[in-house]
Design a protein around this ligand. Structure first.
Ligand SMILES: NC(=O)C1=CN([C@@H]2O[C@H](COP(=O)(O)OP(=O)(O)OC[C@H]3O[C@@H](n4cnc5c(N)ncnc54)[C@H](O)[C@@H]3O)[C@@H](O)[C@H]2O)[C@@H](O)CC1
Ligand SMILES: [K+]
Length: 553
């Protein structure tokens, strides 16, 4: 896992490195930061020798990094045009020292320094220099950015974006692109008609830890390729768990969640999954959930649908055991008893409810009765969430064995948060919800965020693509999540949810590689799941002999 830090967490890490027991001189951290950009940038631009580089330095320590970069690029054989927005007295002591050194190198040929110092800038000259250069370094604003960009930053960023759009200029951002909020990924100028949008980089070299704003849209779209450098931070600080942490999932984390199959295992070992869902006009959703469960390694899958839907479902997913419940085309409270009896006698390991369930008034009582009458993990999606709107007090006591998988609109209905608030800070809102509702949450989006009921830690998924934005993808994930819950077991449902989301996205990425962005289907994604699991199996530890979760009848 990679830490996903906020600006405040980064400030704390920096301060502890410099002023705590480690006592690293601030100028050394800044030197390392500048060096990281030069080193990672070298491979990216194909060597610095002979390149003309414009370096834009703001008034904070991000600008200080720019001074180091300028000096080191001169050594690497580049010509630098350095634009300095602050007065020497604006800068921190370390940035000021690096500026003093750079001034010693200034000349009219290779190291051209331009001080704004309140003077109007020659915008035409800046544009010409950018057009004649191969690379621009954005050291305007880093983690200290907030609000919207103002003049002259906004003008400089607009000019850089315009020149870069012609394709002749590579843009490298220092730590985070200027105009991106490090905590949320929100950007300057969103929703305004003024030209004060963020800078778009081709490469971002970020320091110490990834920033949350680099993985959430729209900030993510500004970052280009992301390189992380430790800049010499002491390793305990790099690895320390932050208060209120968030992490980016890595493939190795997922391989550790999946339990390797024991050679002596049988179908009972791999879980008995009940998909209890569907209604007359949405049987397909129930069948896709079944497909997701089967393709993720479920031992046995039972599909329980309303009586009138069963005829359609039988034989469509031949591995599933289908049975029609009750008498109508949707579930009612009276049907819950049959489901609970089934759960006891068939010893269901996990239940999934929601896809195509419908939102009849009686459905709510049915869903609540199933939750209250069972003890196994339950995955709740789609209409199961829609009927539970406002049921915080009812759900909370069962929360540790529930995984809720809403998309943004379902999450808004369920939580009462506005769509605008969720879109502005999905991670923050997901955590706030889990603190109040005490459930495991999968907030589906780009990217999907998973929050643990037990710890309130958040996990952000890196896999998936826009080709997956179509109806039915969530239904597949519901079945997969139920299946992965068997692998992880009740104590670790959050890990199961992380694994399901990661593998679902990675299966989508396989489809994207094969078909492109358009037209692959949820069933294609489900069918690609075994390929992803095979890849993960290569990194799994050897099977250990574990007690089966469920024994065979
Ligand atoms: N020890 C450290 O703290 C280190 C910091 N480093 C660099 O320092 C950066 C953080 O430095 P700072 O905290 O000084 O912050 P920044 O350099 O990001 O900028 C702070 C300045 O930007 C101004 N500002 C904020 N929002 C603005 C807006 N919307 N329009 C115009 N101006 C705005 C503030 O008033 C302040 O003067 C990191 O991103 C990283 O690049 C690195 O040198 C590594 C070590
Ligand atoms: K920057």
């Amino acid at each position: 896992m990679q830490k996903l830090n906020t600006a405040a967490q980064m400030r704390h890490m920096d301060q502890t490195a410099m002023h705590g027991i480690y006592a690293i001189a601030p100028a050394i951290l800044m030197e390392n930061a500048g060096h990281a950009v030069v080193e990672k940038g070298d491979a990216f631009v194909g060597g610095w020798g002979g390149k003309d580089v414009v370096i834009l330095c703001g008034k904070g320590n991000n600008g200080g990094d720019g001074f180091v970069i300028a000096r080191q690029l001169l050594t690497a054989g580049a010509r630098v045009y350095v634009y300095i927005l602050g007065q020497p007295e604006d800068y921190s002591e370390e940035a000021c020292d690096h500026l003093t050194t750079l001034r010693q190198l200034a000349d009219e040929d290779l190291c051209i320094l331009e001080f704004f110092q309140g003077r109007p800038c020659d915008w035409g000259l800046l544009t010409k220099r950018l057009e004649a250069s191969q690379v621009v370094i954005d050291a305007l604003l880093g983690t200290g950015f907030h609000g919207d960009l103002r003049e002259p930053m906004s003008r400089i960023v607009a000019i850089v974006n315009a020149v870069a759009a012609t394709g002749s200029l590579q843009v490298i951002a220092v730590d985070i692109p200027t105009g991106v909020n490090a905590d949320t990924g929100a950007v300057s100028g969103a929703g305004s008609d003024e030209e004060n949008g963020p800078l778009f980089a081709d490469l971002t070299v970020t320091f110490g830890a990834l920033k949350r704003g680099l993985v959430f849209y729209p900030g993510r779209a500004c970052a280009g390729q992301i390189e992380l450098d430790a800049i010499g931070m002491p390793w305990p600080l790099l690895q320390a768990q932050e208060a209120d942490p968030a992490y980016l999932l890595m493939e190795q984390d997922i391989a550790e969640v999946l339990v390797p199959r024991r050679p002596d295992s049988h179908k009972g070992t791999h879980g008995t999954i009940a998909i209890v869902t569907g209604s007359s006009d949405m049987a397909g959703a129930a069948l896709m959930a079944v497909r997701g469960a089967i393709r993720s390694g479920a031992g046995k899958v039972f599909l329980r649908v309303p009586k009138e839907t069963a005829g359609y479902c039988i034989g469509k997913e031949i591995e599933a055991m289908v049975h029609g419940v009750g008498t109508g085309d949707h579930f009612t409270a009276a049907d819950a008893e049959e489901i609970l009896a089934d759960c006891r006698t068939k010893r269901w390991s996990v239940i999934a409810m929601g896809p195509g369930l419908g939102v009849h008034e009686e459905t709510k009582a049915f869903v609540k009765a199933v939750i209250a009458g069972t003890t196994c993990p339950i995955v709740l999606d789609a209409d199961a969430l829609n009927v539970l709107t406002g049921e915080r007090e009812f759900l909370a006591p069962y929360g540790s064995r529930l995984i809720l998988t809403p998309h943004l609109a379902e999450f808004s209905r369920l939580s009462g948060f506005s769509m605008a608030d969720i879109e502005a800070d999905p991670l923050g809102k997901a955590k706030e919800f889990v603190r109040q509702w005490h459930v495991n949450l999968v907030l589906k989006g780009a990217p999907t965020v998973i929050v643990s009921a037990k710890t309130c830690h958040a996990y952000v998924n890196p896999t998936g693509n826009a080709g997956m934005a179509c109806g039915g993808m969530g239904d597949i994930l519901t079945g997969m999540t139920a299946s992965f819950a068997v692998h992880a077991g009740l104590p670790d449902l959050c890990s199961a949810a992380c694994a399901a989301v990661y593998v679902h996205g990675a299966a989508g990425d396989y489809c994207h590689d094969e078909y492109g962005s358009y037209g692959f289907s949820p069933v294609d994604v489900a069918d690609a799941v075994p390929r992803v699991i095979r890849r993960l199996e290569e990194n799994m530890e050897r099977p250990v002999l574990q007690r089966p979760l469920v024994t065979e009848d």
